[in-house]
Design a protein around this ligand. Structure first.
Ligand SMILES: Nc1ncnc2c1ncn2[C@@H]1O[C@H](COP(=O)(O)OP(=O)(O)OP(=O)(O)O)[C@@H](O)[C@H]1O
Ligand SMILES: [Mg+2]
Length: 361
């Protein structure tokens, strides 16, 4: 096991910047996810750690050793890709034994190790089967098993669950988590699925356009997103992000948007130094908006435009002035399209970002 450290790592392909000035520390034994939209540089980052791609600038350390000039096969890492690589014409046992054979392990040691890992992955009963005859989920486990037999310093996983159907994916997610709790190998896991990242990771690095946006615990990413990009990327349904201006008309302090005014006296600390008319983006999570009947509530007043039942909850689209807010309410909340409602959010649940820089205020 080892920690992994990237210091100001950059990589371009021709004129395309794939990764820019990326600094990241993955502590020994921890599970880090790289999360971001397609093309944001996740795979390139992983390939640089693996030694399959050379950074243009910056340094990469594994276990405190600078590995920039150390070839991939000497880095003692194991990588599993989205497209599981199964060697055809081999049994499951032979597939898993392959990396050990290459390293000239003895027959007995190979047998013991493969059986031990097969046990952990619950594929012992498949060892004598032709690997190509397995289901997708079983193949993915064999690919994982082949990576694990060596007990590498670091695991690099690139969207390993992408090809599985939703149910199997959810199960494998839980299995991966249990597996990591048991073997505690330092892991970097690439995904564009926020749910996967939020449930698996100790820390998540959110990337966009080759740049790291925030590297933090799932909890902090959710509660204190560092900028508008992270705020909009993490959480379902997506956070309401609404353009507003700081207003102090009539003594109090408020955020004025398209056709509404949000009383913001309790946000004093964060807005205090901003001049009248300053442009911000207000972020409200749909799950943190309290919707009530208009006659009872305080706060913004709006009209229910759309109601989407999703199991035990409903998503409401509520127009407030010219702005549409989404809110999640319990299914038992008796409301109909066209009714007037009030929206209320606790002040510490209101996110405010600078409109120009996107940075959290
Ligand atoms: N070998 C390459 N040659 C040219 N451009 C590349 C190469 N590899 C990656 N890129 C470009 O670098 C950028 C980052 O690509 P990368 O594959 O790292 O993204 P990603 O986050 O893994 O995306 P995805 O979620 O689609 O897998 C993209 O714009 C991509 O087109
Ligand atoms: Mg990729």
């Amino acid at each position: 096991m080892a920690d992994v450290k990237l210091v100001k790592v950059s990589k371009r392909f021709g004129r395309q910047v794939a990764v820019k000035d990326l600094s990241l520390e993955v502590s020994e034994g921890s599970f880090t996810c790289l999360l971001g939209p397609s093309g944001c540089g996740k795979t390139t980052t992983l390939r640089m750690v693996a030694g399959l791609e050379k950074p243009d600038s910056g340094d990469i350390y594994i276990g405190g050793v600078r590995v920039n000039d150390i070839p991939a096969y000497e880095r003692d890492i194991a990588m599993v890709f989205q497209f599981y690589a199964i060697y055809p014409g081999m049994t499951v046992f032979e597939n898993m034994a392959f990396p050990l054979k290459q390293r000239k392990w003895s027959k007995n040691d190979i047998s013991r190790r493969v059986r031990e890992i097969a046990e952990i992955l619950q594929i012992s009963h498949l060892l004598d089967k032709d690997a190509m005859s397995l289901t997708v989920g079983e193949k993915q486990r064999v690919a994982l098993g082949r990576a694990m037999v060596r007990d590498p310093k670091v695991f690099l996983l690139d969207e390993p669950l992408t090809n599985l159907d939703a149910r199997l994916r959810a199960r494998m997610r839980v299995e991966l988590k249990m597996l990591h709790q048991r073997i505690k190998t330092t892991t970097i896991y690439v995904t564009h699925d926020q749910l996967e990242a939020m449930t698996l990771a100790d820390k998540i690095g959110v990337m966009n356009l080759g740049e790291l946006q925030q590297y933090d615990t799932p909890e902090n990413l959710y509660n204190r997103p560092a900028n508008v990009f992270v705020a909009g990327f993490i959480g379902t349904p997506t956070m309401n992000l609404v353009e507003c201006r700081v207003s102090r008309r009539g003594g109090g302090q408020s955020l004025a948007g398209e056709g509404f005014t949000f009383s913001a006296d309790s946000l004093n600390g964060r807005l205090r130094d901003l001049p009248e008319g300053y442009e911000v983006i207000m972020g409200l999570r749909p799950t943190e908006i309290v919707v009530d009947r208009a006659e009872r509530g305080a706060g913004l007043i709006g009209k229910v435009e759309v109601l989407e039942p999703i199991g035990d909850k409903s998503i409401l689209d509520i127009s407030v002035g010219k702005t549409l807010f989404r809110a999640v309410v319990p299914r038992t909340f008796d409301i109909r399209v066209g009714e007037t409602v009030s929206l209320y959010v606790e002040s510490e649940r209101v996110h405010i970002f600078d409109k120009n820089t996107g940075v959290r205020l």
